[in-house]
Design a protein around this ligand. Structure first.
Ligand SMILES: Nc1nc2c(c(=O)[nH]1)N[C@H]1C(S)=C(S)[C@@H](COP(=O)(O)OP(=O)(O)OC[C@H]3O[C@@H](n4cnc5c(N)ncnc54)[C@H](O)[C@@H]3O)O[C@H]1N2
Ligand code: MOO
Length: 420
């Protein structure tokens, strides 16, 4: 299967990863996708409010001060008659009868009415109380006439009931704040799909220095960040020895060599690292066939990462069970395969093009995934990109997708996760 077809198959499979919507408190919704459109529970602003600190005035000036309306304080209840004004703070409700707000700096009282350093007796000369507020009845004129009303009208930013975001939108920090501003305490979201990680290989060690032909696991550590960034969460991890039986038992939820009970049925996606190729310990395909899995992608024409696969296990009851993503054992091949199958499965489609600035040789038959760094001149290949080496990818911003026979300048970039 071509690389593009494999990615499409993963995106299409991802549509089946639609867990039941749940209503969660705002903070817990972060990073999830909205299960329903986000509507405004209130208008923004909720009433006509001042857009400037100053005086809400009625009719022609000068005006007599009839009250003070500060944000969060009591609104001015009575209608304001022509020739009257109330001192008003930005965001405070504008009284009925007021035509506009005159900012402090445009009034005859000038900017210094709130100079806290002035002695109280000087304030009284200016018609102010000791806190700098003008006395009721003090007269306010306008120095610089302006036609701008400086009033934000009810519903001017968002009308009550308006749909501000569609279902499926990602709940980012800004979306959380928007929802709070519109009156929401909870949000209906699709929970993040649960991803379980199985790292296979007798030669793989998980801490310390690898010795005597062993290797440190260099796939398991990138999966939680990558999965989180793609919209899922790693809900379980298991280390597996080589062996057909251990893998079969793990995929069907049995205890493995004292590792305790494992619950892949609670996982939406099982990621198997290694055992994907043709060696004596590479049992993944045989085990999937034994378990009656439906294989959706069986190898991809891509370098590195060709032995990758995507399958779906039969469900315990009616309906299909979890997806299985098989990542090759070579770590950079595993990263490329995760960017091809796992990320599109969890996150859906995304497309980004860039010029490539630097020599890249296309392969005759296979798509190449090339670590690149974005610069003003375009994306520059980094090198250090052998299938077992993560060095180039660690220096990269993205993987450039170079299709077979490619001789163009533009290439698709697969953005690599940075920070969630
Ligand atoms: N006869 C063939 N041999 C191989 C083929 C092939 O098509 N025909 N494909 C090669 C390619 S390409 C890759 S990639 C690997 C894929 O191998 P497996 O997925 O079966 O993985 P292993 O054989 O277990 O390991 C391969 C390699 O990666 C190291 N490894 C495994 N797991 C980890 C880990 N978690 N962290 C770091 N390194 C890991 C392992 O020690 C091996 O060196 O197959 C080729 N062979
Ligand atoms: O394609 Mo393998 O996946 O080169 O390392």
């Amino acid at each position: 299967m071509s690389w593009a077809e494999a990615r499409e198959a993963a995106v299409a499979a991802g549509a089946a990863l639609t867990p039941v919507a749940v209503e969660v408190p705002l903070a817990e919704a972060y990073g999830c996708r909205l299960a329903a459109p986000l509507r405004a529970l209130v208008a923004l602003p909720g009433v006509d409010v001042a857009a400037m600190d100053g005086y809400a005035v009625a009719g022609e000036g000068p005006w007599r001060v009839a009250g003070h309306v500060l944000a969060g304080g009591e609104p001015y209840q009575r209608p304001l008659p022509p020739g009257a004004c109330v001192e008003i703070a930005t965001g405070a409700p504008v009284p009925r009868g007021a035509d506009r707000v005159v900012p402090y700096e445009h009034t005859s009282r000038g900017e210094n009415t709130h100079d806290q350093d002035e002695p109280a007796h000087d304030r009284r000369d200016q018609g102010e109380d000791p806190r700098g507020r003008p006395f009721l009845g003090a007269v306010v004129g306008e120095r610089e006439p302006s036609r701008r009303p400086h009033i934000r009208r009810r519903g001017e930013d968002v009308e009550r009931g308006a749909v501000v975001l569609g279902a499926g939108a990602e709940v980012t920090p800004v979306v959380l704040a928007l929802a709070a501003g519109l009156g929401h305490d909870t949000l209906p979201v699709r929970p993040r799909p649960n991803v379980a990680v199985l790292v296979t290989g007798d030669e793989v060690v998980h801490e310390g220095l690898p010795r005597h032909g062993r290797v440190r696991d260099a796939i398991g550590p990138f999966l939680p960040g990558l999965v989180e960034w793609a919209g899922g969460r790693v809900s379980g991890r298991l280390r597996l020895p080589d062996g057909r039986e251990a893998l079969a038992r793990a995929l069907t939820g049995w205890a493995v060599r004292g590792e305790g009970r494992w619950a892949p049925k609670e996982a939406d996606v099982l990621v198997v690292c290694g055992a994907s190729s043709k060696g004596p310990a590479d049992h993944l395909r045989a085990v999937l066939a034994e378990l009656g899995a439906e294989v959706l992608v069986d190898g991809v024409a891509v370098r590195p990462g060709h032995p990758q696969l995507l399958a779906r296990l039969p469900g315990a009851g009616p309906g299909a069970g979890p997806f299985v993503v098989g990542l090759p054992g070579n770590p950079f091949a595993a990263l490329g395969a995760a960017m091809t199958l796992l990320v599109p499965l969890l996150r859906g489609p995304s497309r980004q093009l860039s010029a490539l600035a630097g020599p890249v040789r296309a392969h005759a038959r296979d798509t190449r995934l090339v670590p690149v760094r974005r610069t003003g001149r375009g994306a520059v290949p980094i090198g250090h990109d052998g299938p077992a080496s993560l060095w180039g990818a660690a220096l990269a911003d993205a993987l450039a997708v170079v299709p077979p026979g490619w001789d163009g300048e533009q290439a698709e970039l697969l953005e690599l996760p940075r920070k969630v």
